[in-house]
Ligand binder design. Structure first.
Ligand code: PNS
Length: 168
């Protein structure tokens, strides 16, 4: 019997979208376990803190025992090595994602040939959904219903409300 296949799904998840959720669910069906690995990136100015992003992902996947939520720092392949993960999962929405994703996959392979990157396509309704656009639309008062989990929608509303109160 081969050992369990652990996959890592790395990203910023600022915030988690339904496109991410779709890929995580696909990964959970394909692999024995999948770790949603949130990058601890101090250089970016995120909307949600890492603690908030971890809490959201844990809550969204509370009923799925195959999904774990964790944070990581430094090289992804080193994190994969520490976790004994054989697979990195990335979502591909469009051709425009491809170049950057291929560079990352090949760089990661160069750094650690034992970790395989597996690309998965999200369901069609999510092919145009990105965290960046979701944040922009929500900040400008547009609807992000069905594009993000309900919890994320609530949190986006709270952030917008908090900002408006601060400005008032
Ligand atoms: O959600 P994102 O921003 O597209 O995720 C990018 C991520 C976290 C997968 C990438 O930035 C990453 O792996 N960072 C860790 C540092 C690292 O290993 N860099 C070399 C990758 S080729």
């Amino acid at each position: 019997m081969s050992a369990d296949t652990l996959a890592i799904y790395p990203g910023s998840f600022d915030p988690l979208t339904n496109g991410h959720v779709d890929i995580i669910e696909r990964g959970a069906r394909l692999f024995d376990r999948i770790v949603v690995a949130i990058l601890l990136n101090v250089e970016k100015a995120p909307l949600f803190t890492v603690a908030e992003r971890v809490e959201i992902a844990r809550e969204v996947f509370a009923d799925n025992p195959k999904v774990e939520v964790d944070t990581f720092d430094g090289l992804l392949v080193e994190y994969a090595r520490r976790k004994h993960a054989g697979v990195i999962v990335r979502g591909l929405r469009a051709i425009s994602d491809f170049e950057y994703e291929m560079q990352m996959a090949l760089m990661n392979r160069h750094l650690n040939p034992n970790v395989e990157t597996v690309f998965m396509m999200p369901a069609e309704p999510y092919t145009y959904v990105s965290s960046r656009l979701v944040k922009e639309v929500a900040a400008l008062g547009g609807s992000v219903t069905n594009l993000v989990p309900r919890l994320v929608e609530e949190r986006l509303r709270e952030k917008k409300h908090g900002r408006q109160t601060l400005r008032a």
